[in-house]
Every structure is written in C-alpha cells, then in structure tokens.
Design a binder for this molecule. Structure first.
Ligand code: FAD
Length: 490
C-alpha cells in the first residue's frame, strides 16, 4: 500500500503534536506516523511535568532560546486548550559551598537567557516559605516563573486540535527506513505500507538520530539517559508548594521533590546512561538513589503514599544541544532531534519555528476556516456539588462513578474515547481522564473501563488492550452474566 501527503510527521510526542497543530492551519495534507498505539507514548508520558523558566540552559544554546520562548507561550496555550497549568514557582537549593557557587552561576545564566525576577534567598526566608526543607540549606535560587503542567494532556489536546483541522494520526506505524526519491519526494517505509511526502518532519524522540543518519552525511550520536520516579497519591498536605530542585549536574537537573499539577507528589528522576532506548524499567537501585537524594531536600521524607513508579528516557545528543530546523544536507527534511529536558517547555516554540520554515518551503496559504478548539469539560472530580448536579441532570452517565479513587465518571470515559484522537486502550483512558491513576491503580475500575471502550468502539472486549500492542486484558471464553459456563459466547 502506498499513501501520499504533502507533509509527514514522524512521532506524536509533544513535539510532533505541537508541529501538527501549527501546520493544521494551512492548506496542506498532513499525516502523523506513530509507532505506538497512542499519542505521547515516549518521553512525553514520563517526565517531571515542569515548565522550566530557563535558568539552566547555556546562554546562546537552542535549549535556552526555545525554553524561554516556549515557557512564555504555556499560560495562554493551556487556557485555550483547557489543559491544567499551575505557576507554583521553584527553588534550587544549595546544601554546601560548591552548590552556592552553582546557584550564582544559574542566576547569571538565567538573567543572560532573559529571565527576570530570579533571586537568591537566604536560609531563613527559605525555611519560612518551605518549612519542610532540610534546615541545612544555606541559600536557594528562587524561580517564580517555574510552573506545572500535565505533559500528556497537553499532547492529547494538541493532537485533538490538529485532527479537528484535518491532520491524520496513524498509530502502530513504525517508520523502519526513510529515503529520498529521485523526484525529490521522501519515502517512509513502515511494516504496513509506504508513505510518500514532499516534506518530512522528524520528531521521533529517542529514534530521531537514527532517522536523521539515514538522510544526512553529518551523523548524529545519541545517548539514552533513563530517569526513574516515585509517584505518590494526591496528598491533602503537600510537603512543598514549590518545586524543589537540587543543583543540576552534567547528567540532568538533579532529583526534585515536587507537587504535580493534579496534586500528586513526584520524587526523582535518576540519570543513568543506558544502551536500550526502550528500557523503561524501574530498578531497586534507582529507587534507593531517589530516596537517598530526595531526603537531602526533604529530611522527613515518607513514601507511604507511593502509588506507582515509572521511568522515561532522555534523548541526549553528544553535541549537547537541540537540533531544530531544516536538515542541512537534505532540503525538505525538517528536524527536532535531541529534545531532552527542557523539551516539554520548549515544544510550543520549536513548533512555531518549524511551521514557519515549512510554510515558507512549501509556499503554503492559510486555511479560510479553522475549526475552533473545544476544550474538555472540567473534570467531575474538580466540580462543586452544584456543578455536579447540573451535569448529572444533563447526562445520567455523569452520575455513574467508574473510578472511585479519582472520581471519574462513565460520561468522562465515553468522552475520552470519542475525542478526535480518542483513547483506544485502558491506559489511553487513564491518561485522558485519570481513571486508574489513583491509589488502587485501576484495580477496581479496569474491567468497567475496558467494557466502555468496547461499547464505544464496537470492538469485542477481548480485543481491548492495557496499552496497545498485544497487551490484551482478557483471553479465552468470556462468560457474561446470566450465561451458563460452556455456552456459546460472542
Ligand atoms: C526523566 C525526564 C524528565 C524530564 N523532565 C522534563 C521537565 O520537567 N520539563 C521539560 O521541559 N522537559 C522534561 N523532559 C524532556 C521532555 O520530556 C522531552 O523533551 C519531550 O517529551 C520530548 O518530546 P518529543 O515529542 O520530542 O519526544 P517523545 O515524547 O519521545 O516522542 C517521540 C515519538 O516518536 C515516536 N517514534 C519514535 N520512532 C518512531 C518511528 N521510527 N516511527 C514512528 N514513530 C516513532 C515515539 O513512539 C514517540 O511517541 C524530561 C525528560 C525525561 C526523560
């Protein structure tokens, strides 16, 4: 099978989705090929969820440029896409004299990068603001611009907006090879067909360098750095209001202790070089390291409320900067490679630049009509009793709580499947609605969620997966209520 579009984007992480959304406003056919079965299955689903202000990246680097621009775009973007965002601020703490020097360097860097309002606070002020911090703290960089966001909810919203404006998202389509045809078009081979295009956009995360190296004589080398985390249940009393960082190292921004935008508590990440970009295991050694390092920030550390552990892979180029823009030796190919931290913060700005370059390359005109985005309604969990009564009256499925831990209703789960780029797996529903994100981690609601997906998609329930691929939840004969064991089943 051969398909053709003007523009082919490889990868539907935050970068690919942001680029797709930008391009969806123009008269061009755009297809996104994703090797997994949903949006945001790479680094975008497993990171700290911080919109960094931009104090860490080296002045003059692409990381600094895109971080600062991208972070400024977040507040408005989150409002228009209905994605939760909280400007909680951050402290980078110094626990010794070497850290104190690092803090001064970070402040200078941040100011060179154009961030104002950075301030170095003394011990008393820090302990007044955040009484649970290690009393051995000697000073801290206060970063009021730091914020919290849900990375995958951002990607889902961008994908929905792009799809509503004509972009096709095709899942389970791993691009195995890319090549340039004699007529100037590109060909992307997948296990289920060939995709031709005039412009190829490489947003393939940890596989970006592999694809680049097939088209360019200038070879890129990528290293994979795993970051493991502890995630604690939503807490009524968070130990910290701000995100608390330790001083960064060459391997990353260090272990943080931070609330999430939904009120969970996050501890991590580690920074381990690994050889397999798909190795998202968590390890006993990683967990011990997090506790050891996080307890330097929070001596009263408690992981009693731990609900899950996870890890994500940083796609680090040995040149130590993002590669963004046209591929220098292959016109028509545009790239966003090595998008490690602060890539989440940078993605909206990276997408604007790539869009401008692609629009100019293809000489595209804007569409006459852009379908306005309709943000998802506020979650039932966050509604007042009065608001709940109104939505239940309008749709009784709001009155049926499926996930008790996170108070997610049947109406919200059905809506998640019906979205323009809708959930097809239990984890897809989880990340769109939070059903299964709570203390029992889906122990109670998983079967009901699977039933709803089956009802909405028309698929048999034994075809519903936990997270795509062959991860089916059920196998063998299914006995429905009222049916005798051994009877025919559907
Ligand atoms: C531990 C950790 C913590 C982080 N914390 C932060 C933070 O707090 N703030 C911040 O700003 N940034 C943070 N980051 C960085 C941020 O997560 C990434 O920069 C961002 O998610 C990268 O998005 P992406 O779309 O470029 O890549 P990805 O999210 O990895 O997406 C790439 C997509 O391409 C697909 N793909 C790959 N190869 C192919 C192929 N051959 N064919 C088809 N599809 C393919 C993948 O399946 C994937 O869906 C962190 C990263 C990590 C790992």
């Amino acid at each position: 099978m051969v398909s053709e579009s003007d523009i082919l984007i490889i990868g539907s992480g935050i970068t690919g989705c942001a680029v797709a959304r930008e391009l969806s406003r123009y008269n061009a056919s755009v297809t996104v090929l994703e090797k997994e079965s949903d949006v945001a299955e790479g680094a975008t689903k497993a990171n700290s969820g911080i919109v960094h202000a931009g104090y860490d990246a080296l002045p003059g680097s692409k990381k600094a440029y895109y971080n600062v621009r991208g972070a400024k775009m977040y507040p408005d973007l989150c409002v228009s896409l209905g994605v939760p965002y909280r400007n909680n601020g951050a402290l980078v703490i110094a626990l010794n004299e070497t850290d104190r020097e690092t803090i001064s360097i970070l402040k200078c860097r941040g100011e060179q990068n154009g961030i104002d309002s950075l301030e170095i606070l003394g011990k008393e002020e820090i302990l007044h603001l955040e009484p649970n911090i290690n009393p051995r703290v000697i000073c801290a960089l206060s970063v009021p611009g730091s914020a919290l966001v849900s990375p995958f909810e951002m990607a889902f919203a961008m994908a929905d907006d792009a799809a509503s404006n004509g972009v096709s998202f095709l899942f389970d389509r791993q691009v195995l090879s890319v090549s340039r045809l004699p007529d100037g078009r590109f060909s992307a081979e997948t296990g289920s067909g060939t995709f031709l295009c005039r412009v190829l956009v490489n947003c393939a995360g940890a596989f970006g360098a592999d694809l680049h190296n097939q088209l360019s004589p200038r070879k890129l080398k990528m290293l994979y750095r795993r970051g493991q985390y502890y995630l604690l249940d939503r807490l009524s009393h968070q130990p910290f209001d701000r995100t608390i960082f330790q001083c960064p190292s060459l391997m990353g921004k260090g272990v943080l202790v931070s609330p999430t935008v939904h009120g969970n508590l996050l501890l991590g990440p580690t920074a381990e070089e690994i050889s397999d970009p798909l190795d998202t295991a968590t390890t006993a050694a990683g967990m011990e390291e997090i506790i050891r390092k996080a307890s330097l920030t929070w001596p009263g550390i408690s992981i009693r409320n731990n609900i899950t552990n996870f890890s994500g892979i940083r796609a680090h180029l040995t040149d130590d900067d993002f590669v963004v823009g046209p591929c220098e030796s292959c016109s028509g190919c545009f790239e966003a490679i090595g998008i490690e931290s602060p890539g989440l913060s940078s993605a909206p700005a990276i997408a604007v630049d790539l869009r401008e370059e692609i629009v100019s390359y293809l000489n595209l005109s804007m569409k006459d009509h852009i379908v306005p985005y309709s943000p998802q309604p506020r979650s039932f969990h966050d509604m007042s009793d009065e608001e709940r009564a109104v939505v239940v009256a309008s749709d009784p499925a709001y009155g049926n709580i499926v996930c008790r831990c996170e108070v997610v209703t049947e109406a919200e789960i059905r809506a998640a499947v019906r979205r323009p780029v809708g959930a097809r797996s239990v984890d897809g529903v989880k990340r769109r609605t939070r059903a299964g994100m709570g203390r029992c981690q889906g122990g109670f609601c998983l079967p009901r969620v699977a039933d709803i997906i089956a009802e909405e998609t028309g698929l048999p329930v034994d075809r519903i997966t936990k997270n795509g691929g062959a991860g089916f939840l059920l196998s063998g004969p299914i006995i429905h209520p009222g049916m005798k064991e051994g009877a025919d089943h559907d």
